[in-house]
Write a protein that binds this ligand. Structure first.
Ligand code: BTN
Length: 268
């Protein structure tokens, strides 16, 4: 089934479903943007506040992790949240894991059997449903905010993707068996994001790590890691107190990584 053109994420459509206190109080909606992350970074450098949400119907130049581009499929949901948390800089990677947990819980509440592939891909049946891009904004001296960008394939169909992505991508509509209201999905996601950021602010990373572990499809797997300049293999053991993935290499030595791409090989 094809997505209807009035499946919009304008504020008047989202508001009836929205149950947040601070997230989305300032809601910036665009028909079309290059990238919601780029727009939210501009906000961070100017008048932006903690919890501002930037969302667009169409994204022309979505950005992905590690300098890659992100294919913004039609029928998808593209938004960024600006955070101005009271956190030391080295805690920023933890925010990505908080986000992954919040989104996985929200999508499970909607009925999708979502798992987290380290560090922050949300998958259903081994296919990607959500991508998260966390970016620090700084003026060179101090941090002006953290932008968490989220792309969810809500209603995009297989044929809407370029051929090379078709086998690796799925949609919420496919997982749930019918087209979904993007406004309702966005409201549910924002509500869970707010609750998990609040929990992280009050109790720190320990409850997040526990929830992440329970939702992880990577732990216990034999994995191949693409670290950019090096490829390593090992067994994924756990995440440490900073969100880094701890692995056991083939030489029996443990090592940890904070960023990279993981391929699941087979159960260890
Ligand atoms: C990845 O898996 O590589 C992360 C993809 C993140 C995509 C989202 S879509 C909304 C926001 N704006 C962007 O330009 N990127 C993120």
């Amino acid at each position: 089934m094809k997505e209807s053109s009035n499946n919009s994420v304008r504020f008047d459509k989202v508001k009836p479903f929205l149950r947040t206190t601070w997230m989305g109080k300032n809601f910036f909606h665009w028909e079309s943007l290059d990238s919601t992350n780029t727009q939210a970074k501009l906000l961070a450098q100017t008048t932006g506040c903690h919890g501002d949400v930037v969302v667009c119907e169409q994204q022309r130049q979505g950005r992905g992790r590690r300098g890659r581009s992100w294919f913004s499929v039609s029928g998808g949901l593209f938004f960024s949240v600006l955070l101005k948390p009271n956190l030391p800089l080295h805690c920023a990677p933890e925010l990505t894991l908080v986000t992954a947990v919040a989104l996985a819980k929200a999508l499970r509440e909607l009925g999708a059997e979502v798992w987290i592939k380290w560090p922050n891909d949300l998958q259903v049946g081994g296919k990607k449903l959500v991508g998260i891009l966390t970016e620090l904004v700084s003026d060179g001296k101090k941090t002006q905010g953290v932008v968490v960008g989220i792309g969810v394939n809500v209603n995009g169909r297989e044929e809407d993707f370029p051929e090379d992505l078709r086998a690796r991508a799925t949609s919420l509509a496919a997982a749930l068996g019918g087209l979904q209201s993007k406004a309702c999905v966005l409201a549910v996601l924002l509500q869970h994001l707010e609750s998990w950021f609040d929990l992280y602010a009050s109790e720190g990373f320990i409850p997040i790590a526990a929830a992440w572990t329970a939702l992880s499809s990577t732990l216990g797997q034999r994995v191949r890691l693409d670290l950019g300049n090096e490829v390593k293999e090992g067994e994924a053991l756990h995440i440490d107190s900073t969100g880094a993935l701890v692995l056991k290499g083939d030489d029996g030595q443990e090592f940890c990584i904070l960023a990279g791409d993981v391929e699941h090989l087979r159960p260890a």
